[in-house]
Design a protein around this ligand. Structure first.
Ligand SMILES: Cc1cc2nc3c(=O)[nH]c(=O)nc-3n(C[C@H](O)[C@H](O)[C@H](O)COP(=O)(O)OP(=O)(O)OC[C@H]3O[C@@H](n4cnc5c(N)ncnc54)[C@H](O)[C@@H]3O)c2cc1C
Length: 299
């Protein structure tokens, strides 16, 4: 039977990886606390290899140990979540296996002479099928915590890179937003003329109980919002019930990030704005009039 190794860096949200590995024998290699290993063991994998309590070492200090374990097992496929520390483990595994690493993958099949992968390309407007004659490493959104499984946990003696230790942990100065899990999003674009005017958009978001997001120029060029708030091909992929775009033109690089939204509403003063071709509801008007009126109606 073909084999899949799932690499876990301290976070048990791997149900999408377990789903992707269906039909193969799955072993999860867990760097993290015992409670993370136990949550992974309950997620539907066949076996768990746990590297023991990490102590003062950050997850990344175990990358070479994880890679060595993977190399000795020679699985057909290695899966990891796209969270930062998981990507470090995946990169180390790919290097030691001499395997290519893939993102944006929706299906993985082990075939007679390698691995076949389906993945989205060009910002999600096309699907590509690739074949690898050898193992493949795949990095995708890990998903949520799954329950119902009961794999045995095998603890192995693992060594972290001794030169690396955590010296301090303190809360971030700003809250990190998780747009991927937001049910409603109000997103601002360059139609908003000044930073002070963002209050209009934020009031509408508050009235809707929504998160606030933006197009890339507001985060990268103007710095009005942090990078974790912009939506698009290089930003966040979101799938809310409602995505309300305020003064966003609707260039493909932005809209592909919101294609998972159930209902899209676009407000734009230009009746030919590209967003209107994708939106479910189109409001042609000046956001400086439409947004306050909408907020007042909802409050
Ligand atoms: C490689 C690459 C990757 C990229 N990745 C991303 C990405 O991930 N996310 C992203 O967002 N962009 C991305 N971009 C940039 C993208 O191509 C667009 O330039 C960007 O999305 C435009 O942002 P915008 O719609 O807010 O601004 P604009 O294009 O300037 O549009 C502003 C809109 O506001 C409307 N407007 C103006 N005044 C008003 C008003 N008073 N009331 C109502 N409407 C008004 C205008 O009609 C216009 O449609 C990327 C570009 C490249 C090249």
């Amino acid at each position: 039977m073909s084999t899949t190794y799932i690499l876990v860096a301290g976070d048990a949200r791997i149900d999408a990886l377990v789903e992707l590995a269906q039909g193969t024998s799955t072993t999860a290699v867990v760097v993290g606390t015992r409670s993370v290993a136990e949550a992974v063991a309950a997620s539907g994998v066949d076996a768990v290899t746990w590297l023991g309590e990490p102590g003062d070492a950050p997850v990344e200090a175990y990358a070479s140990t994880v890679a060595t374990l993977v190399a000795s097992a020679q699985p057909d496929v290695v899966l990891a979540s796209s969270r930062p520390a998981d990507r470090v483990l995946a990169g180390a595994a790919a290097a030691v296996l001499g395997a290519p690493a893939f993102t944006q993958v929706s299906a993985v099949t082990v075939v007679a002479d390698g691995v076949e992968l389906t993945r989205s390309v060009f910002g999600g407007i096309a699907q590509e099928t690739d074949q690898v004659s050898g193992p493949a490493v795949v990095v995708v959104d890990g998903g949520a915590v799954a329950t119902g499984g009961s794999a045995a946990i095998a603890e192995v003696t693992a060594s972290a890179i001794p030169t690396l230790t955590v010296t301090e942990n303190r809360p971030a100065e700003r809250a990190v937003v998780d747009l991927g899990r937001a049910q409603r999003i109000v997103s601002a674009g360059r139609g908003v003329k000044a930073k002070d005017d963002l209050g209009l958009v934020e009031s509408l978001a508050a009235a809707l109980g929504a998160e606030t997001a933006c197009s890339r120029p507001l985060a990268e060029g103007l710095g009005w919002y942090t990078h974790d708030r912009y939506v698009g091909v290089t930003g966040q992929q979101v799938s809310p019930e409602l995505y309300l775009a305020v003064g966003i033109s609707g260039q493909l690089q932005h809209t592909v990030g919101a294609r998972g939204a159930r209902t899209v509403v676009a407000i734009n003063s230009d009746k030919d704005a590209p967003f209107f071709a994708e939106a479910d509801y189109c409001v042609v008007g000046d956001l400086y009039q439409v947004v306050p009126a909408l907020t007042a109606a909802l409050s």
